[in-house]
Write a protein that binds this ligand. Sequence first.
Ligand SMILES: Nc1ncnc2c1ncn2[C@@H]1O[C@H](COP(=O)(O)OP(=O)(O)O)[C@@H](O)[C@H]1O
Ligand SMILES: [Mg+2]
Length: 315
Amino acid sequence: MIIDFTVMSRKRLQFVVGKGGVGKSTVTAALAVAALGPGRRVLALELGEARGLSRLFDAADRVGAEPIEVSPGLFVAAVEGEDALAEYLSLIMPIRRLVKSIFKSRLYRTFVAAAPGLKELMTIGKIWFEDQKLCADGSPQWDAIVVDAGASGHSLQYLQMPQAAAATFKSGLVHRESDRVASMLRDGSVTEVHVVARPEDMPLVEATEIIERLRGDLALPLGRLFVNRCRKPAPRDIGESLARLGVQADPTHTLFFQTMQRAVSWLGIQENGIGMVEERLGIATVRLPNLVAVEFGMPEIRRLAAEVSAAEEAV
Ligand SMILES: Nc1ncnc2c1ncn2[C@@H]1O[C@H](COP(=O)(O)OP(=O)(O)O)[C@@H](O)[C@H]1O
Ligand SMILES: [Mg+2]
């Protein structure tokens, strides 16, 4: 029997968090592609209004709340708080007309705008709802759901809301619903939260802080720390070789020598930074290469997906 480690070692529900611009949408797309397999159905979800993930699949203008298939087995959808709330209301209120009129009312709009965290709560509730969906034969509709959770402050807010709501409302509907979602998020056999960073000082420190919060007050299962856009480490003896070259170089080589030295010292910063984070957190990071591409699309995503899978097999 062939054991597919990529499929086995990742959890069914994966969240991707990290600071803006580090590559969350890109890593989400790569994880979703890595989770595909014969007969499997994977849902890649993005939260909020940014369409970074949909754009990678060339579907920014088509993607909405209903999942659409962008390549065989791979579905994409975008969840916005207000839509999720509307969908939820229409589930618990059988009369559509009533839902519509509530939605149009100023009172409702004021309520939604004023209730802190309500949209986040509904958004996460919608993910729970997708996770529970079954096919006609009773099997889960999605083999994996990968969520691009937006910039870190906001994404942690999403992940924190169910716990906060369950604690605030001691009983009743809101308590029951949020408790159910909070339990799903905390369940390490179902959920994992991946963090994305870049191999520079500040992004690495920020990622470390996110992981410490996940391990601390949020108490959520940590997936992997992806260090995106890494350069290949330099050969060990490069310093000596360069020094030798420098001594021997004639003045026309000076610029070359300096450029090489600078590149090597950048690689040193990358390696020191990653080393320090791994030691502080006691985990091994997954490095993803910095790809040179005019525009990111499916070929680049596939390459990164292969890196993700290779990293899993190496564990
Ligand atoms: N591994 C990579 N190699 C090269 N460029 C990358 C890589 N990952 C992401 N990028 C580029 O970095 C930018 C930000 O990536 P994106 O995934 O949109 O970040 P985020 O969702 O965190 O804001 C994009 O232009 C993307 O194409
Ligand atoms: Mg993005």
